[in-house]
Design a protein around this ligand. Structure first.
Ligand code: ZN
Length: 453
């Protein structure tokens, strides 16, 4: 977005060098995270006009109007360039074509087609920047995401604790707050809330204070307001559950610590457990240090062990496992299956290619999954995949058992701040292993009990 602002301020700098600014930027994130505000801020910062439209408005229009509206919008914008066109709720108009009920979607489809025509027809160097927002990127028509259209995506996720503290500070300026109000504690009480929820919370607390005839808003009002807002959110099926938060924290750290310990894995950049963020429950971000075209057998095995680290941590800490590992298991199994069937990396099956040819799939989809090998080989393949997974799971368990102290300490700090940077985890490990001569794991169970309490 800074790049977009730079371009709008000094387009010559880009055009003189022959560069092209990306045509379309897509802001992706849950509702209420401030995508519209962000787009407006870009316009404000660049001091250019801001044209906005909401996707849902198009859908309600009479036949033919939506497309005409899109045409008009681009025409107006071109006259006022440099400027920003903002399309909110892009998914309402940009849903993939050809799905859903038959008929009745003509209007939306026409509008989408017109939008694609306009997207292809304008030269971004003349200063019209297109920004769109969606909370459902997965249902967008792939045509919209093709290079030259909305090819740049920016994640606007739910804020973590420091983020919520900053947002609260902005809203608190508008009301008279008690001097002893601890914004940090307040931020800690509001996991999963987005900017809109926090604004609502501050307002709710102010209203309560008025009702109680107080001159300033204190912690008691905020506590009650949190309860009200959370109850409202729970109705919307967004539970903020501390038990789940703990499981997710250990699960994510399981991935991170295994990745950190094994050689030649991508470095861990960030671990997050922001509730109901864009990535469902939590995520561990590993950044590849370089583009890869070849993977060695050991690297693939390390990758499987890392994927299984989440579940392994759950087993070690809770002596129980959760459904949270579904996607990990699916990815780990895919790798193991490819190793056995495609890469000839299984000792018992040798250098034989077992994956059946994909082009048959279309002609004869019912045959999918069966290959050119005997039932006995099929059985062996399954056994090999199972063995790879089992061995790597054992490895993950072993690593995490030996790093239990780090796991528990890091989980504590992750639950506190909701995100940890990779370097913090590395520093923590260095600190713990330095002292491991004096204190072993004996203090770990106490930590754990304190958390559970
Ligand atoms: Zn996982």
């Amino acid at each position: 977005l800074v790049e977009v602002i730079d371009f709008l301020k000094e387009p010559e700098r880009f055009t003189s060098i022959g560069g092209q600014i990306p045509r379309g930027t897509l802001l992706v994130g849950p509702p209420g995270t401030g995508k519209t505000l962000l787009a407006k801020a870009v316009a404000g910062e660049s001091k250019v006009p801001f044209f906005s439209l909401s996707g849902s408005e198009f859908v309600e229009m009479f036949v033919g109007l939506g497309a005409a509206r899109v045409r008009d919008l681009f025409k107006q914008a071109k006259e006022k360039a440099p400027c920003i066109i903002f399309i909110d709720e892009l998914d309402a108009v940009g849903k993939a074509r050809g799905f859903g009920a038959v008929g009745g979607h003509d209007e939306r489809e026409q509008t989408l087609n017109q939008l694609l025509v306009e997207l292809d027809g304008f030269d971004p160097n003349m200063g019209v920047i297109l920004i769109a927002a969606t909370n459902r990127p997965e249902i967008l028509d792939p045509a919209l995401l093709r290079p030259g259209r909305f090819d740049r995506q920016i994640l606007v996720d739910r804020p973590d604790k420091p983020g919520r503290r900053d947002i609260l500070n902005v809203h608190l300026k508008k009301i008279t707050v008690a001097k002893n109000l601890d914004v940090d504690t307040l931020a800690g009480m509001t996991p999963g809330m987005v900017g809109a929820d926090l604004a609502n919370l501050v307002n709710e607390a102010a209203l309560l204070s008025v009702r109680r005839k107080k001159v300033e808003v204190g912690m008691a009002e905020f506590e009650e307001a949190v309860e009200r807002v959370v109850a409202g959110l729970e109705k919307k099926n967004r539970l903020i559950n501390p038990v789940e938060k703990e499981i997710v924290a250990y699960h994510e750290l399981g991935h991170a610590i295994v990745a950190m310990t094994l050689p030649e894995t991508d470095p861990v950049q960030k671990i997050s457990i922001i509730p109901r963020g864009i990535a469902a429950l939590g995520y561990t971000m590993q950044v590849p240090t370089e583009d890869r075209f070849l993977m060695r057998r050991k690297e693939l095995l390390n990758r499987i062990a890392t994927l299984l680290g989440g579940r392994a941590a759950e087993e070690i800490i809770f002596d129980d496992i959760s459904t949270g590992a579904q996607n990990d298991l699916s990815r780990a199994t895919d790798i193991a299956r490819s190793m056995v069937k495609e890469y000839g990396m299984s000792g018992n099956l040798g250098q034989v290619f077992f994956a059946h040819k994909k082009q048959n799939q279309f002609l004869n989809p019912t045959q999918e999954g069966s290959g050119d090998y005997s039932a006995m080989t099929a059985h062996l393949i399954d056994k090999e995949i199972r063995q790879i997974i089992d061995e790597q799971y054992e490895r993950a368990l072993e690593i995490l058992r030996s790093k239990r102290t780090i796991l528990i300490r890091a989980a504590k700090s992750l639950m506190e701040s909701e995100t940890i940077q990779g370097e913090e985890l590395v520093a923590l490990e260095a600190a713990v292993s330095k002292h491991s001569d004096f204190s072993d794991d004996t203090d770990a169970p106490d930590d754990r009990n304190a958390l559970a309490a």
